[in-house]
Design a protein around this ligand. Structure first.
Ligand code: HEC
Length: 317
């Protein structure tokens, strides 16, 4: 297969791909990803194009061989002439766009400075550059100015920035919702939202009341309402106990395989809410009274703030 045939096939395949994208592609995804069948269709198209190119070539060769020698010569000459003609338009436009003088005519545009043998040519600005420059003036001075500043059709940079920030803020909110499961014993905090405590209550009732009783009074497991803790109080220790389980053989298993981190945080927060309540049949206290090391120590009461007499302040406008 010759180069131009290969070129035609490649262009054809690119066009087919672009067409599929235009017709079936949705924003943000590639049509070929969405409909893998397109690969198959493209494959078949490629095969067809290839067969067409090769059979035309073969046919040409067969016909060529049937020609008389004289006709062959004429045919060859015509082919060569056609080859020369090919792209002649493009070539001449290209030369025009460069706008440079052929090297043999450079004498005409040489300026008469001569600095230690370094001479200067008075070349024209290349037309391709000049046209681009005019085009950019037209675009900036007319299209852009009118669209963004005169008629305000589309949001300008500052508005676009604010829009993007708004979108990003929404994404952060979304992320935070799912990121609840990134909680571990170091980052867990006491949840106080009614919805979280409600969820925690549900988890507690489903999994824990057999040993701790619905009111946390205790049974097989210890009383969760008093200030005494075997394995440490405070949200972090409670979370850790639920996640990792109690001491071997006592009956409190690790729940991290059954509950997600956010669920463990919810049930731990619910357990904490038992503090200070009075269960129906409280089990006697076990463990030690837990003092939160992070709790603020007895802080001297703040000095009373100086009262501002609101009537004394007047505004002149
Ligand atoms: C099979 C019975 C059983 C179940 C079910 C159970 N626990 Fe326990 N739990 C215990 C026992 C026993 C202990 C004491 C462990 C120890 O002494 O090491 C305990 C200890 C605890 C402690 C620590 C108490 C302290 O004084 O330090 C917490 C908190 C706790 N459980 C919460 C839960 C939660 C939440 C669930 C449900 C997800 C649950 N438990 C399910 C038996 C159970």
């Amino acid at each position: 297969m010759n180069k131009s045939a290969l070129f035609r096939i490649i262009i054809f395949m690119i066009l087919a791909l672009v067409l599929f994208e235009l017709v079936a592609g949705k924003e943000g995804t590639w049509a070929v990803q969405e409909y893998p069948l397109i690969w198959l269709i493209l494959g078949v198209l490629f095969l067809c194009a290839y067969l067409l190119e090769t059979s035309v070539k073969t046919l040409e060769r067969v016909l060529y061989n049937t020609l008389s020698d004289e006709a062959k010569e004429r045919y060859d000459a015509a082919t060569i002439a056609r080859k020369e003609q090919e792209f002649s338009g493009i070539k001449s436009t290209y030369a025009k766009m460069l706008g440079s003088k052929p090297i043999e005519d450079e004498g005409e545009i040489e300026l008469d400075h001569n600095y230690d043998g370094i001479r200067e040519l008075d070349n024209n600005l290349p037309p391709w550059w000049v046209y681009l420059f005019y085009a950019s003036i037209v675009f900036g001075g007319v299209v852009y100015l009118a669209k963004y500043h005169v008629f305000d059709i589309a949001p300008d940079q500052a508005e676009e920035y604010l829009q993007e920030v708004a979108i990003a803020e929404k994404e952060i909110e979304e992320y935070k919702k799912t990121a609840k499961n990134l909680i571990d014993v170091n980052t867990v905090t006491l949840l106080t939202d009614a919805s979280d405590l409600k969820a925690g209550q549900g988890i507690f009732q489903d999994n824990c009341i057999a040993c701790h009783k619905a009111d946390g009074g205790g049974g097989i497991g210890p009383n969760l309402t008093d200030r005494h803790w075997i394995l440490g109080g405070g949200i972090k220790n409670v979370f850790n106990t639920i996640s990792e389980g109690g001491r071997d053989g006592k009956g409190m298993v690790s729940w991290k395989a059954d509950l997600s981190p956010s669920e463990m945080a919810q049930v731990a927060s619910y357990v904490m809410s038992f503090q200070g309540t009075t269960p129906a049949e409280p089990k006697e206290a076990e463990g030690e009274i837990w003092e939160d090391p992070d709790a603020p120590k007895d802080v001297a009461p703040a000095a009373p703030e100086t009262q501002v007499d609101s009537t004394a302040v007047t505004f002149n406008d």
